[in-house]
Design a protein around this ligand. Structure first.
Ligand code: LRH
Ligand code: MN
Ligand code: MN
Length: 422
């Protein structure tokens, strides 16, 4: 997308925007600081989210999907051009192997992109792999399987170093499907021992992020099933190990914001995989089902991090981890980034002083009024203003559609391409 097209589009819509912006801005006390924070805030895009996702029942491939890593990077570049808030990409290896890291880095830099955490994959058997992960990887009863999985993670760190990344993100599908299948303590000890070997291979300035998930693909137990188990591992491993919160990896109605608040307090919060869900790990568009929960999470983040400032520089990982089964992935990702920034902006509007007062007085109704006054503010013009000030588009999806970007991608790449990923 050329800058000229963005500027033309903004020019056409500026009057309308200004009217809406002035209306909301009038009531925002810390307007400059809110806008600056919104301008600085970026969310990483996973390389596996640029193609159409699927379920085990089918996959309905969309047109013009990226056929290789370079094309995935150029799609992220397009998103970043439009919203100025997606300046990094997170690779999943081996779905995306950066054979020539120098060239890949240079290609990404052309779009102003860098590399976020690298993700390992020990939940699928790779072609020519000696050992199978059918019964797990880092927790496996057989040392040879564990060694293969450890070596893969160390290889992923090496790719990450070449790309300028500084975190390894580990999600294990390890668990059991039936009672009696597994000795829980041995499985946990094996996982710890394997992670210790991976931890030892981390460069000084690196972190390892440990993701948890209660079920799927195993349906009786998961060896890193909840934040307690992840936190236990992270605290035994040391300072460089932290707990990653994927919003979809909780049983229904879990109070995720409370988990976030405590991990933050313990300086053990690695960051997020953002998505939304109604039932389980649905991987739906962020904010599409429960935007209030997202706001409450950001409220904890703003409250817990205000002294440190809330952006990538603080070391927290912000990433989307969603699957786009029926929408154009680029549009879906733009919507997700927007939803995250809306929740962040609303949290920045919370009258913290008044909330502390209400909490001290146990004034429950007032505390709710304060939170919901912020949540019910339409902050979209603030986000649009932040985009305008950084050269992005006032309305990214409208412009993307006006320019018929998907049609030209189909023309370039074909109508039946299939991107690697889930
Ligand atoms: C597992 C998960 C994990 C993987 C990604 C592909 O459910 O969320 O983060 O890396 O999916
Ligand atoms: Mn995830
Ligand atoms: Mn998931």
């Amino acid at each position: 997308m050329e800058q000229l097209k963005i500027d033309e589009h903004n020019h056409l819509h500026i009057k309308n925007h200004q009217r809406k912006f002035d209306f909301v801005a009038e009531d925002v006390n810390n307007l400059d600081s809110v806008l600056q924070k919104l301008q600085a805030f970026n969310i990483a895009i996973p390389s596996w989210a640029l193609g159409t996702g699927g379920t085990r029942f089918g996959r309905f491939s969309g047109g013009g999907e990226p056929r290789n890593l370079e094309e995935k990077i150029s799609d992220v570049g397009m998103i970043h051009r439009l919203n100025r808030s997606s300046n990094s990409i997170s690779l999943h290896i081996p779905w995306d192997i950066p054979e020539n890291a120098m060239a890949i880095k240079a290609h990404a830099a052309q779009y102003g992109l860098h590399f976020d955490a690298v993700n390992s994959n020990t939940f699928q058997d790779q072609k020519d792999a000696k050992m199978s992960y059918k019964f797990g990887s880092l927790h496996h009863t057989d040392k040879a399987v564990r060694d293969q999985a450890i070596a893969h993670n160390i290889e992923v760190i090496k790719y990450g170093v070449e790309l300028g990344s500084n975190a390894l993100s580990v999600w294990l599908s390890d668990g059991s499907n039936f009672p009696g299948q597994l000795n829980f303590r041995n499985a946990f000890q094996n996982t710890l021992d394997s992670l210790q070997q991976i931890y030892a291979a981390l460069p000084d300035d690196w972190k390892v992020w440990i993701e948890y998930k209660p079920f799927e693909p195993n349906f009786y137990s998961t060896t890193i099933g909840d934040w307690g188990q992840s936190h236990l591992l992270a605290s035994k491993l040391g300072k460089k190990a932290l707990t990653l919160v994927d919003l979809g990896h909780h049983l229904p109605n879990t109070n995720i914001e409370q988990i976030v608040s405590l991990l933050l307090m313990e300086q053990k919060l690695a960051g997020f995989h953002f998505n939304d869900s109604k039932y389980g790990d649905d991987d739906l568009t962020v904010g599409s089902i429960n935007p209030y929960q997202l706001f409450l999470i950001f409220n904890e983040l703003v409250e817990g991090m205000d002294a440190r400032g809330l952006n990538h520089a603080t070391g927290i990982g912000w990433m989307i981890d969603a699957s786009h089964n029926v929408k154009d992935p680029i549009e879906d990702l733009i919507q997700s980034v927007e939803a995250i920034k809306i929740a962040y902006a609303q949290a920045l509007l919370v009258d913290t002083k008044a909330l502390v007062g209400a909490q001290l007085n146990n004034d429950v109704a007032k505390a709710q009024e304060i939170l919901q006054a912020a949540y019910r503010t339409d902050v979209r013009p603030l986000l649009a203003e932040a985009r305008l000030r950084t050269g992005g588009s006032l309305n990214p999806i409208a412009l993307y559609r006006e320019q018929a970007v998907r049609d030209s991608l189909i023309q370039q790449r074909g109508a039946k391409t299939v991107a690697t990923g889930l």
